[in-house]
Design a protein around this ligand. Structure first.
Ligand SMILES: [Ca+2]
Length: 230
């Protein structure tokens, strides 16, 4: 009898550990399921961002979330185009989404039929504690010319971390302070001096014909008053 009691006591003592182990296994399985879609291992966000469609002509700006540190990035941007230091066109109030575990992006159109050789991006409203971005791409006729641009702008106080050159390195993160840019300076801005002038002809807008008017519905005929009522 005493032996049975001892075994029971041991089993009861082990129960919480068993429950914790089952919970951990369930969580691990859920994580594996989330990583697989249609039997194929899904790409991680730091790889999947590259597969999203890009404009043939235009700017593609990718937000950062500052890895697990969080609390930094961009909310509202302004993009300005210059030709030999003369302002050509400016687009303000460009909103960009922010996500703690992803890399949302925003597309910005080039000015139509106007030459420029410098692009400036201002972080008008940073996300939470400070400004930052992960990548800036400048697509001209299907090629990203940003990596060949001369880049300058607001800096991060610690050399070797979150440097502005990270904005044109083709990555969004690969470790603390690598692949993305942060700054505490105000204004928070980036300038990309292009190797050559860019002038893109306005692309014809697709003319979508207006939908046809709805077919007239026959009004119910008034009863003649003759004959039997239904
Ligand atoms: Ca980058």
């Amino acid at each position: 009898m005493k032996t049975i009691m001892i075994i029971l006591a041991c089993l009861l003592a082990a129960m919480p550990a068993l429950q914790a182990s089952t919970k951990a296994e369930t969580k691990a399985q859920e994580k594996r399921n989330a990583e697989v879609q249609d039997g194929i291992l899904k790409k991680k966000p730091e790889e999947a961002w590259k597969d999203l469609p890009r404009p043939r002509n235009g700017i593609y700006i990718v937000n950062t979330h500052n890895l697990s540190w969080g609390g930094r990035g961009a909310k509202v941007l302004r993009v300005a185009y210059y030709l030999d230091n003369q302002l050509v066109e400016e687009q303000g109030d460009i909103k960009i989404a922010w996500a703690a575990d992803d890399y949302p992006a925003v597309e910005v159109e080039f000015p139509d039929d106007k030459a420029f050789n410098l692009v400036r991006v201002d972080i008008v409203e940073p996300f939470s504690q400070g400004a930052g971005l992960a990548e800036i791409e400048i697509w001209v006729d299907g090629s990203n010319v940003a990596p060949r641009a001369r880049i300058s702008g607001s800096k991060y106080p610690r050399p070797g971390l979150c440097e502005i050159e990270n904005l044109i390195d083709g990555k969004v993160d690969f470790g603390d302070g690598a692949g993305y840019w942060l700054t505490g300076e105000k204004p928070a801005y980036v300038e990309l001096k292009l190797r050559r002038e860019v002038k893109v002809k306005a692309e014809p807008k697709l003319m979508v014909p207006p939908p046809p008017p709805p077919a007239p519905v026959d009004a119910p005929k008034a009863h003649s008053g003759k004959g039997r009522l239904p």
